[in-house]
Design a protein around this ligand. Structure first.
Ligand SMILES: Nc1ncnc2c1ncn2[C@@H]1O[C@H](COP(=O)(O)OP(=O)(O)OP(=O)(O)O)[C@@H](O)[C@H]1O
Ligand SMILES: [Mg+2]
Length: 592
């Protein structure tokens, strides 16, 4: 997804990330101690070199046991410190990842519907998987390099100053030059990392779409098209990555060169006769050893910038999603003993989003234009009209998936925005036009969400009414049969029946059926209609159907045409009116 970023500064983002680590501060300190031991051992090794060379020069052979033992202890401690520090920081980072993933998941679940309409699932998945992982590597690797490398550098510097402070001071002159180089490439890194994350999002978006639409690809021979689309996105990804590697290596080489120049000037100066005389051979060797040792962590410290910038860019895009405003629920009224009176009063609605210029609302066409009608509590209202006339949109407004731009929907006389969304939705049972099932058993799909404690009897009863039993009883595990991702192992009509059973089980005062029986054969549909008639007694129902025969008995039929109400009345009234409905009726049962 291409993010329209409000760029926070890198420090702000990093501080926000660090806040996630605060609860594990103890572990971090433990890790810090581990790294401190590790760093101290590097300086100890330089000291050991000095002792060794001095002992050899002085012919102190009795020290051999001591020196041999000490080197083992130094490396043992170094190893233990490294392992302890590494594990502790990794543990903290993994906890941060889990917290980030969980928070992001929970946030995404509660975002308003516009989010799901705007972003592809592939790009959101890429954020949850790839970007979060990058944050992990930023926090652990960067922390390890900074703490372990930083401490090593400090330790060795102290040692070097102790041996010869004038020479060490000289060595330090090169530091600002390195800092300047790092500063200059820093900004570019972040931009490149963001490009890479977007590229990864595009890759998973393309792949995800093809996996879902494989049948179309096969039958319409979409192989070449999909392949060329896919190569475009992966090549873009590759170019961005190569740029990053080049940038990284180039800046590292530059820094290395500066260090080498520093070392060579050091040797030139240190090996002048005057200075050579003032130092013992051991001191000289250990000084050069320390100076050589110090270059590696310094180099790592220069690369840490790239890692941090990657992490910051990733965290930025994650925080971008986590900062999207949640579905607004400002209403405090609750629907107690909802009767189900629904009133549409001067409703205007169009899709789009005011924040995003590409989908700006004001550029869009009205989908619902000035709709007024009432569904009295306990009655059945059918919504008919041509495809695209706005039926689904109107039904979605009732469940507040979207809110009208003008006008008001009132439930039991209470304006919808004053109702708590949770309370409103508790009173609505809905069967979508696009059925959503989950990879679980039939029974779990029927007793979904808040209904998961439903008794087995009630589930079976709902399943019987919705004709689910008719096919479930032939399955090996009956209602406990697993149905695969999105119910892939079931036929379209079977999926619809499970969704209807879910609505039956919810037993809510308001029932919305959007083309709920469109995929069923006449016989199953008749049986379900029969069951529905029982269910609809004392319930407010909004039924959307193309097959007019299924809605003839409705108390009220509303005919929508391009977002406006063309006519409304009972079946007989509309027939005698001789308008849209009569025409649709004449053209046959099916309208589209
Ligand atoms: N998420 C969306 N974003 C933008 N426009 C949309 C969106 N969903 C629907 N529309 C548009 O709104 C109009 C009404 O769509 P709607 O789904 O309400 O029609 P419908 O009457 O239910 O049609 P059908 O009988 O085919 O289901 C259509 O022109 C459609 O293109
Ligand atoms: Mg529809």
């Amino acid at each position: 997804m291409s993010d329209d970023h409000r760029s926070d500064s890198a420090t702000q983002i990093y501080l926000r990330l660090l806040r996630y680590m605060r609860p594990d501060l103890n572990l971090l300190i433990l890790g810090f101690i581990g790294f401190m031991v590790y760093a101290a051992c590097d300086s100890a090794f330089a000291w050991w070199m000095k002792e060794l060379v001095d002992s050899i020069e002085g012919g102190l052979s009795h020290r051999r046991w001591e020196l041999a033992l000490v080197i083992i202890v130094i490396f043992l401690l170094r190893g233990l410190g490294g392992i302890g520090g590494g594990y502790c920081t990794e543990y903290v980072a993994r906890r941060v990842i889990n917290k980030l993933r969980h928070e992001m998941f929970n946030h995404i679940l509660r975002l308003p519907c516009e989010f799901y309409e705007k972003y592809s699932s592939g790009s959101v998945l890429a954020k949850m998987i790839y970007n979060v992982e990058q944050v992990a590597s930023a926090s652990t690797n960067a922390l390890r390099i900074i703490v372990r490398g930083g401490l090593t550098v400090v330790g060795l510097l102290i040692f070097m100053f102790y041996i010869n402070w004038q020479l060490s001071g000289l060595f330090l002159i090169i530091t600002p030059i390195m800092a300047l180089i790092i500063f200059l490439v820093s900004k570019r890194f972040r931009g490149l990392s963001r490009n890479i994350q977007n590229a990864i999002g595009n890759v998973s978006e393309r792949a995800g779409e093809v996996l879902k639409g494989y049948e179309v690809v096969k039958v319409f021979d979409g192989y070449d098209h999909e392949n060329s689309q896919f190569s475009k996105v992966i090549e873009h990804d590759m170019r961005q990555r190569l740029k990053l590697v080049l940038m990284n290596d180039f800046s590292t080489t530059l820094v290395q060169l500066v260090v080498a120049i520093g070392l060579s000037s050091l040797i030139l100066i240190a090996m002048q006769p005057k200075i050579l005389l003032s130092m013992s051979a051991g001191e000289f060797v250990s000084f050069v050893t320390a100076a050589g040792f110090i270059t590696r962590p310094i180099l790592q410290l220069t690369q840490v910038n790239a890692i941090i910038q990657q992490g910051v860019a990733a965290a930025d895009s994650i925080f971008h999603v986590m900062d999207l405003p949640l579905e607004q629920d400002l209403g405090h009224s609750k629907l107690e003993n909802c009767r189900g009176d629904i009133e549409f009063s001067g409703i205007w609605f169009r899709y789009g989003d005011d924040q995003d210029s590409s989908t700006r609302k004001t550029d869009r066409k009205w989908v619902i234009e000035g709709v007024n009608f009432t569904i009295p509590a306990g009655s059945t209202c059918a919504l008919v009209g041509r495809s695209g006339s706005g039926k689904t949109t109107l039904a979605r407004l009732v469940a507040r998936f979207n809110d009208p731009d003008k006008g008001e929907i009132r439930i039991d006389g209470i304006p919808a925005p004053e109702l708590s969304i949770a309370s409103l939705r508790q009173n609505i049972a809905l069967v979508n036009q696009n059925i959503s099932l989950f990879n679980a058993s039939i029974a779990q799909n029927i007793a979904y969400g808040a209904m998961k404690e439903a008794s087995r009897e009630n589930i079976i009863q709902a399943a019987e009414h919705a004709q689910v039993m008719e096919f479930a009883s032939h399955l090996p595990d009956g209602l406990d049969t697993q149905i695969g991702e999105a119910g892939i192992t079931l036929s379209g009509g079977q999926r619809q029946r499970i969704a209807i059973a879910r609505a039956f089980l919810k037993d809510a005062p308001i029932l919305i059926l959007d083309e709920a029986t469109s995929a069923l054969d006449n016989n199953s549909e008749r049986l379900i209609q029969e069951a529905l008639r029982h269910l609809m007694v004392n319930r407010t129902s909004l039924i959307i159907a193309h097959r007019l025969s299924t809605i003839e008995n409705a108390d009220q039929i509303v005919v929508l045409d391009e977002g406006k109400i063309a006519e409304s009345g009972t079946h007989e009234e509309l027939l005698s009116l001789g308008g849209h409905y009569a025409q649709m009726h004449e053209q046959g049962d099916e309208v589209s």
